[in-house]
Design a protein around this ligand. Structure first.
Ligand code: PLP
Length: 399
């Protein structure tokens, strides 16, 4: 990892040195500006390419009915919310969205946040204070880690998707402290699924609460798209679930669902809910319509899975090394950041956009191309991508 530059100097040179250090390790990141919506085909500087870099799994970000809901809400409720939720910022679309979310997730109540990041950074400290302890999967998302750090609770990391390691750690824990276990439903950078039933059993045995971050599971997993909890047939009243409206739901905002008293408690103490302006009503209205479509149009989910299976079989059949993925996230492991970057560039030059994911987003030595597929990709898009992967993979001596 790049050493922090001497930022105390707070001058141009300190920052430039830091960036040069990142460059030297192939770890520098840049913003790319696109001039089209996020979709299966995007345009950048006048060129179009097939996009495998979005979490818009069901293509809902451009769905006409969802856009229309946002426009209607702007006309009825304005653009900004004007205040935080507890002051005067709770507008009808917020309440309607939270009721719809609770119904969708089959829980008593729901609460929304401006982002999934904000949700995790507030919920976790609200659930476990300084006196508590948190056990978190090694591959959990940065927002989970930040929530854990903000709580100032005792933090322990268990091996990825390893309920036995969690059990060993819980057995050794200091007793009589509030205890929280956190995992993702579908892991964002590996695409594999947590063994939720086993984790839940271990957590229950040690009287720990289990929080599932289902950012990538919602809309994607389970017969009705309710997420990983539905996929495993787990009773939603036995776990806490959070997630985001920004991925399969195509809009923006975070949420948490649970019992009515739990949600009322968060409304009273969760800092990232309280001390920020309410998200715009248009996004709440749009997300509510997105939830309706996820439920009324299961065809999108089946196309998503067909596409996912076609691409997965194609890539693994060619000899690329994929993670143990069970989702529409198809990471191709290349290990070295320079190789991931080079392959990503070569693909981009041939009209295929797949981002290189490098440390610190993933552990050192596991740099990868993170391919995500959506229901809007056509069979032709997938075939073109597979041909290009084959060509570039052979050029680079990877396959
Ligand atoms: C994307 C993501 C988040 C953050 O959600 P945003 O709404 O984008 O802030 C949280 N957790 C996981 C696992 C994610 O992948």
């Amino acid at each position: 990892m790049g050493q922090m530059g001497d930022l105390n100097r707070k001058n141009q040179e300190g920052y430039e040195e830091y960036l040069a250090g990142l460059d030297a390790q192939h770890l520098r990141r840049h913003l790319r500006v696109f001039d089209s919506p996020s979709g299966p085909v995007m345009t950048h500087q006048g060129r179009s390419f097939i996009n495998f870099a979005s979490n818009n799994y069901l293509g809902l970000n451009t769905h006409p009915a969802i856009k229309e809901s946002a426009i209607e809400a702007i006309n009825s409720f304005g653009v900004g919310s004007g205040a935080s939720r507890l002051i005067s910022g709770t507008l009808l679309p917020h309440q309607e969205l939270e009721m719809a979310l609770a119904q969708f997730k089959q829980t008593e109540a729901a609460l929304t946040f401006s982002s999934g990041y904000a949700a995790n950074s507030g919920i976790i400290p609200a659930m476990v204070g300084t006196q508590g302890q948190i056990f978190v999967d090694r591959l959990c998302h940065a927002s989970v880690i930040d929530g854990c750090r903000l709580s100032r609770a005792r933090l322990r990391v268990f091996q990825h998707n390893d309920p036995d390691h969690l059990r060993i750690q819980l057995a050794k824990r200091p007793a009589n402290r509030p205890t929280l276990v956190v995992t993702e439903g579908v892991f964002s950078m590996d695409g594999d699924i947590a063994p939720l039933s086993e984790l839940m059993e271990v957590a229950q045995h040690y009287e720990a609460a289990l929080l599932v971050d289902d950012a990538h599971g919602t809309g994607v997993m389970g017969k009705h798209g309710r997420g990983t909890v539905e996929h495993f047939g787990i009773d939603p009243s036995g776990v806490f679930q959070m997630g985001t409206l920004s991925k399969a739901l195509g809009t923006v905002g975070g949420y948490v669902v649970g019992s009515r008293p739990f949600i009322e408690y968060l409304i009273n103490i969760c800092r990232s809910f309280i001390y920020t302006t309410a998200p715009p009503p248009a996004f709440a209205a749009a997300a509510r319509t997105a939830l309706e479509i996820v439920q009324s149009d299961p065809g999108r989910r089946s196309t998503l899975w067909q596409n996912r299976n076609r691409l997965f079989q194609g890539l693994s059949g060619m000899g690329f090394t994929l993670t143990n993925t069970q989702s529409p996230i198809l990471p191709v492991i290349l290990n070295r950041p320079a190789l991931a970057l080079e392959m990503s560039k070569k693909l981009f030059n041939q009209g295929i956009y797949v981002p290189a994911i490098r440390p610190p987003t993933v552990p050192k030595g596991t740099s990868r191309l993170r391919v995500t597929v959506t229901s809007d990709h056509t069979p032709e898009h997938l075939d073109t991508a597979l041909e290009t992967f084959k060509k570039v993979g052979q050029e680079l001596g990877i396959i």
